[in-house]
Design a protein around this ligand. Structure first.
Ligand SMILES: [Mg+2]
Length: 223
């Protein structure tokens, strides 16, 4: 059975005004230094760091400051994120997923979001009903097994009982997770690069910044 698995941030939802600002505010909180958002994005994407708590921590270290305890950083980050989360806008909406669902396509999610942030988003935009399997950061547990480690993708493929899949992602961490999954399991997952938000060059079996083109490609592939 063929499935299509989606990343969330930068694919389903635009987080440039939420998570990226929360990184900026968290770094500023602990260092007193205000970094331009462009510099933050460049750092995150060029290093391929998926988790934004980790991005904040690495930036604090890069600025030569003593990093706070991780739990404290997470609390500060999440309180900033709570103030910003309603700024998030959908990139791929209900119609997009309904079209796939109506054709009987198995749909999954592999995201680095904590469960609480994912639930808020999916309830706000009524997205739960479309997905047959969802793997978030809390499902993974062990932080060394988070994306870009292939473990969350293995979990999702298992939950879906999928033989083959496409993973639709937006950045290097997504591509790396797919590459490493295929090294362990044979070429079973194709990486599709949805470039709506990021214009990084990544090896992909298909790349587009257009929702309609993406939808047509996915439908043709599962057929
Ligand atoms: Mg992403």
């Amino acid at each position: 059975m063929r499935a299509v698995i989606f990343d969330v941030d930068g694919v389903i939802v635009d987080v440039r005004d939420s998570y990226h600002h929360a990184i900026k505010k968290t770094v500023e909180h602990f260092t007193g230094i205000s970094l331009p958002l462009e510099e933050i994005r460049e750092f995150k994407f060029s290093r391929g760091i998926n988790n934004d708590w980790d991005v904040s921590l690495e930036l604090i270290k890069k600025l030569g400051k003593e990093p706070p305890p991780y739990g404290e950083l997470v609390d500060v980050f999440e309180s900033f994120y709570d103030e910003l989360k309603d700024r998030e806008k959908l990139i791929l909406g209900r119609d997009f997923f309904k079209e796939l669902k109506d054709r009987g396509v198995l749909l999954g999610i592999v995201t680095g979001r904590p469960k609480r942030d994912l639930s808020y988003l999916f309830e706000r935009f009524s997205l739960w009903e479309f997905f047959d399997a969802v793997v978030d950061d809390d499902d993974v547990g062990d932080i060394s097994l988070r994306k870009p480690h292939p473990y969350p993708l293995e979990m999702c493929m298992g939950k879906l009982s999928a033989g083959e899949a496409l993973y639709v992602g937006d950045n290097r961490a997504d591509w790396r997770m797919v590459r490493d999954y295929n090294r362990m399991h044979g070429e079973r997952v194709g990486f599709v690069h949805f470039k709506k938000v990021s214009d990084e060059e990544l090896p992909a079996i298909f790349a587009t910044d257009d929702e309609g083109e993406l939808l047509r490609f996915l439908i043709d592939w599962v057929r």
